[in-house]
Design a protein around this ligand. Structure first.
Ligand code: HMG
Ligand code: MG
Length: 306
């Protein structure tokens, strides 16, 4: 299968990344991060989550983040929404795209959103209906497509079944999440082929965490399977509070470096996103988890020495 000539990147650092930070991150820093990423050319920046603050305190001030954000024309700023209460908050914050999330594994569903997979679809049905009535775009996530922290192996058919449910709710795109980053390229391709038996590839995005260092390899394998949308996180920020041991998403800098090296267009300014990765890592007092980001920053600082 031909690889795509153009890829759309969905930056998830301000949500998937920051939701897992132990230190509180100020609203001002969250806003600056989102604005810098949008200015770097990322076409979509997931900016917050309207989930229960008891479950994910890091996302508590998402309304203030949306209120303070200067939105660029043409950039999407989706927000995670788990239920009708979250949708109400998202509507009040003038969000125009929401992302709903379900799990391919039963136990992760219970741990992450306190209900079964079947109940999650029932819960999301009125959310999708109301979102549509308000003209919001709806994106869907399926988690644990390559393994579950509580159940171990997850059959590709389980991911496909949940993806079909989300399409049934009206999602324009399904992001298949390797939540704990255990998948390897052949396995990922099997998942894609299984899901693509029912859903056009143009409606499938991939969302890799880099726990086992397979993120970039899995992006490459997905490109070979005709996938042209990827979620990634600047500086490899992130994890999931309900997925013990999961590390951050595949780093945006690493993915952009790969894609541009392959001659695939992204519209993203690698220098600008690399600077942003260095800045947010320093602001959070954490190591920059992007290999390309670290290398580019080191190169730049060595060139700056007179
Ligand atoms: P629950 O405890 O069953 O909910 O949690 P509840 O309806 O019984 O409400 C409990 C309390 O939360 C109540 O407050 C509600 O008002 C409040 P109290 O009366 O006790 O004071 N509440 C809310 N507050 C604000 N916003 C809301 C909201 N809903 C209820 N929307 C619930 C169920 C779904 C709410 C909870 O489990 C939850 O918020 N879960 C979210 C967990 C989460 O955000 N996980 C990380 C995102 S998923 C992920 O990272 C994976 C992904 O990246 C893809 C991948 O990698 O695979 C997307
Ligand atoms: Mg994730």
């Amino acid at each position: 299968m031909d690889m795509p000539q153009e890829v759309r990147l969905v930056e998830v650092g301000p949500r998937d990344g920051l939701q897992n930070e132990s230190a509180a991150v100020s609203v001002a820093t969250r806003i600056e991060l989102i604005e810098r990423l949008a200015a770097a050319g990322l076409p979509a920046v997931e900016a917050g989550a309207f989930v229960s603050p008891k479950w994910v305190p890091q996302m508590a001030a998402s309304a203030a983040v949306y209120a303070g954000l200067t939105r660029r024309r043409g950039t999407a700023y989706p927000a995670l929404v788990p239920n009708l209460k979250g949708l109400e908050a998202a509507l009040a914050a003038k969000v125009t795209e929401i992302a709903v999330f379900v799990s391919a594994s039963e136990r992760f569903s219970q741990k992450n959103i306190a209900c079964s997979r079947a109940e999650s679809i029932t819960r999301l049905s009125p959310v999708a209906e109301k979102a549509r009535a308000h003209g919001l775009k709806l994106r869907g996530y399926v988690s644990c497509i390559a393994g579950c922290p509580y159940e171990g192996d997850v059959a590709p058919a389980e991911a496909a079944a949940m993806a079909r449910e989300l399409i049934g709710l009206g999602a324009y795109e399904i992001s298949l999440g390797d939540t704990i980053g255990v998948g390897t390229p052949r396995q990922i391709r099997t998942v894609i082929e299984t899901v693509a038996a029912d859903i056009p590839r143009e409606q499938i995005a991939m969302h890799f965490h880099d726990t086992y260092g397979q993120g970039v390899a899995n992006v490459f394998a997905s490109l070979q399977s005709g996938i042209a949308v990827f979620d990634s996180s600047v500086a490899g920020l992130g994890g999931c509070p309900y997925a013990p041991g999961a590390s951050g998403n595949v780093a945006t800098e690493d993915v952009v470096y790969l894609l541009h090296g392959l001659g695939i267009r992204t519209g993203v300014d690698l220098d600008a996103v690399t600077e942003t990765g260095g800045w947010i890592s320093a602001a959070l007092g954490r190591a920059n988890a992007s290999r390309a980001g670290r290398a580019l920053l080191a190169k730049k600082s060595s060139e700056a020495v007179p």
